[in-house]
Design a binder for this molecule. Structure first.
Ligand code: ATP
Length: 200
């Protein structure tokens, strides 16, 4: 599995459609301070489902990821990022050699996610990337200050990182989902019992 291409439009300092092809081996991004290097890694993190704007440099709220305009250029109405992943080793549980994850966010607060052109929910992106190291709780992107955060983290939080790395986060997630559904079913049963009680 390898990141192949990133397309950014209207995201942070990238108003125009910008396509970055990521070759094999190590890719370095160089540029002067403030030129948008971190915005590229933020775009990768964001398209994979980052929901906390605090994790994205300089974004107090999610709307701040949309290009806010400059002296010569008006603000954009939405931010859009798409990431192409080489899946020829089929590490992502999809019957496709290439997986394209897309995310778009409008100033109105409306969000859209897609996987290979199909409109999906955030949950689907999360589930697709679970245990791959990518995704919202992934360890593949190590942001500035992240190491210090891990060292200072409470043991429970640190365990979550090891769980993701060792591939058991998927099972914990499924267990939580099953427990949530079970609780909902219990609630429904309770209500049914009440109704039956009233009918008797
Ligand atoms: P450094 O080398 O200092 O770490 P960098 O190259 O990583 O810098 P970034 O942090 O990626 O730079 O980019 C910062 C730039 O992005 C700033 O000029 C900031 O104004 C711009 N920027 C961030 N969000 C937006 C936005 N929503 N609209 C327009 N510009 C934005």
């Amino acid at each position: 599995m390898r990141l192949k291409e990133l397309e950014i439009q209207g995201f942070k300092s990238f108003p125009d459609k910008t396509r970055l092809t990521i070759g094999e081996g190590i890719t370095g991004v160089v540029g002067p301070n403030g030129s948008g290097k971190s915005n590229i890694s933020d775009a990768i993190r964001w398209v994979m489902g980052e929901t906390s704007s605090k994790q994205l440099r300089g974004a107090g709220k999610m709307e701040d990821v949309i290009f806010g305009g400059t002296q010569t250029r008006g603000a954009m109405g939405y931010a859009s990022v798409s990431l192409t992943i080489d899946n020829s080793d089929h590490r992502l549980d999809m019957d496709a050699d290439e997986v394209v994850i897309g995310r778009r966010y409008y100033r109105s607060g409306e969000s859209e996610y897609s996987i290979n052109g199909q409109s999906v929910r955030l949950k689907d992106v999360y589930e697709l990337l679970l245990d791959t190291g990518l995704g919202r709780d992934g360890y593949a992107i190590v942001g500035q200050g992240r190491i210090a955060e891990i060292v200072a983290a409470k043991s429970g939080e640190r365990r979550e990182i090891f769980e993701e790395a060792s591939g058991i986060a998927r099972y914990r997630y499924r267990k939580n989902e099953a427990e949530r559904r079970l609780a909902a079913a219990e609630g429904n049963l309770e209500r049914l019992r009440d109704i039956l009680g009233e009918l008797e």
